[in-house]
Design a protein around this ligand. Structure first.
Ligand SMILES: Nc1ncnc2c1ncn2[C@@H]1O[C@H](COP(=O)(O)OP(=O)(O)OP(=O)(O)O)[C@@H](O)[C@H]1O
Length: 481
């Protein structure tokens, strides 16, 4: 701080000083190095219910509740935007040490806000924000807890029970887990159950779908960023999912869709157990157990150079294969009943049953969308039934059609030994140019996938095993909304 007085200041008439101070900050107090009040303005006195005459020359601690001015006047350390409870409110105070010849001689304190009304206005705004913040904090914490346990994993088939048993056994291990299974087989459910059954259960479970986040955002989602790291970055920066999952579990869904450069970074983080936010220089230690999942053949991807071998080994420490529903058809009745119970609660219904014919049909279907598809089919039925029993005509059309097609195909095969292998695409009666037939088949396959996933394009693309871009292009081409 300069020792010479700014020349201009001397030109300001002495009688103006008080006015100027009041305009600069409505509540001002100045203490000497012993914390005795040398100056306090009327605004401050009004606010704390005293007068200037009563306050001057007294110990600041006796006049202002919870004051720290005497401390700042000793330490020489400024305190900015410090919360100070006064009159039952949280005031925001700034405290600055005053120096003379390099020595602390006192302190200047200001309290923000120019009037109690102003403070009340700010307070009500802040209060609202604080409440909103609390609401979202609780919500995020709730969302970050696992919602499922092994109890929710339904199925008695030997393949399913083997997978479930293995998952239960390795819950408490610190090693990475790789869940392999088709879309809708319950990979996320397994991940949640493992977390729930582990010592990490009271810490966050954070799930991120590597396929649904655009490539350029995935890095900042996973590792966070510092203030001003890039254009459009949120002020104050952002925590990444790794940091959020600290001491808990991070579920990396669709790991096979992670771009190669991101794979390298992930491997580094897993090995070093620390992250660096984008635009940051500090290494932040993280203690996270990773559970990855994919429906893709990672070994083949490694062979084809699409997935890093070292990362594959790192993730593949414990591999759990989750069987598709068509390979455990004996579980369909049990799962259907359990799903119906879940749906009954959601739709405020009771005692919904499946007719024998419907159950037969469910057993016959191939379930390419697995349990998610079954869930969607049952949900559709609940929406259209009048009574309590789901009948054949409540099932979506495609379940009937596929059966009819299969029957027709079986007939045609038995009639014609040279027939091609069965396909689920209905054969048109007249022969059209191949291009047209292929286009029609593609369009139908996309519509079917969208129906199964209730219009979720990402899921539909996954079912069809094509990339998002190609999926969107085809939707545009075939004018599928
Ligand atoms: N064994 C099971 N018992 C009961 N419900 C299940 C079971 N497995 C999955 N589900 C239900 O099926 C739906 C799909 O499950 P989940 O999201 O875990 O599948 P997923 O394999 O992770 O799918 P995706 O790969 O498409 O993300 C969820 O609603 C889940 O509750």
């Amino acid at each position: 701080m300069g020792r010479t007085v700014n020349q201009g200041f001397e030109r300001i008439p002495y009688s103006w000083h008080e006015q100027i101070i009041n305009l600069l900050a409505e509540r001002v107090v100045i203490v000497d190095r012993d914390g005795m009040i040398l100056y306090i303005n009327k605004g401050y006195c009004d606010f704390i219910g005293t007068t200037v005459d009563q306050a001057l020359g007294r110990d600041v601690q006796d006049v202002i509740a919870n004051s720290r001015m005497h401390i700042v006047a000793k330490t020489g350390e400024k305190e900015l935007a410090a919360l100070q409870p006064i009159n039952g409110s949280e005031m925001i105070a700034n405290r600055f040490p005053l120096f003379e010849n390099g020595e602390v001689v006192g302190a200047l304190g200001t309290v923000m806000f120019r009037s109690p009304e102003e403070w009340r206005m700010y307070k009500s705004k802040i209060q609202h924000l604080v409440e909103e913040l609390k609401y979202y904090q609780t919500k995020v914490q709730r969302d970050m807890k696992s919602k499922y346990s092994f109890h929710d994993l339904i199925g008695n088939s030997s393949t399913f029970l083997a997978a479930k048993k293995l998952a239960e056994r390795i819950s408490d291990s610190q090693s990475s887990v790789l869940l392999i299974g088709e879309s809708g087989t319950g990979k996320e459910l397994f991940a949640q159950a493992i977390h729930d059954n582990s010592v990490r259960c009271s810490s966050p479970f954070v799930a991120i779908n590597c396929a649904s986040i655009p490539e350029h955002l995935l890095e900042s989602e996973l590792y966070g960023y510092e203030d001003g790291a890039f254009t459009g970055a949120k002020k104050g920066g952002k925590m990444g999912q790794f940091e959020l999952a600290n001491e808990g579990t991070l579920f990396l869904d669709e790991i096979g869709d992670m771009p190669l450069p991101m794979q390298s970074k992930l491997l580094r983080v897993l090995q070093e157990k620390e992250v660096q936010r984008i635009g940051g220089h500090k290494s932040i230690p993280v203690d996270v157990r990773v559970i990855a999942a994919t429906h893709r053949d990672l070994e083949k991807m490694v062979e084809d150079g699409e997935f890093r071998q070292d990362l594959f080994y790192r993730l593949n420490v414990i591999k759990i294969d989750i069987p598709p529903l068509r390979k455990r058809k004996e579980d369909i009745p049990l799962i259907s009943i359990s799903l119906l119970k879940k749906l009954e609660k959601r739709f405020f219904r009771k005692g919904i049953e499946l007719s024998d014919e419907v159950m037969e049909k469910l057993m016959e279907h191939k379930w390419p969308g697995n349990i998610r598809e079954l869930e969607n089919v049952l949900e559709r039925c609940i929406n259209v039934i009048d009574g309590n029993t789901i009948q054949l005509d409540h099932l979506p059309l495609y379940l009937h059609e596929q059966q009819r097609e299969r029957k027709m195909q079986t007939q045609s095969i038995s009639n014609d030994n040279d027939a091609v292998s069965p396909t689920s695409i209905p054969l048109p009666l007249s022969v059209k140019p191949l291009k047209e037939t292929v286009a029609l088949a593609e369009k139908q396959a996309i519509q079917h996938a969208l129906a199964l996933t209730k219009g979720n394009k990402l899921e539909a693309a996954k079912l069809l095993e094509i990339g998002k871009t190609s999926f969107y292009e085809k939707c545009k081409l075939y004018e599928i909304k």
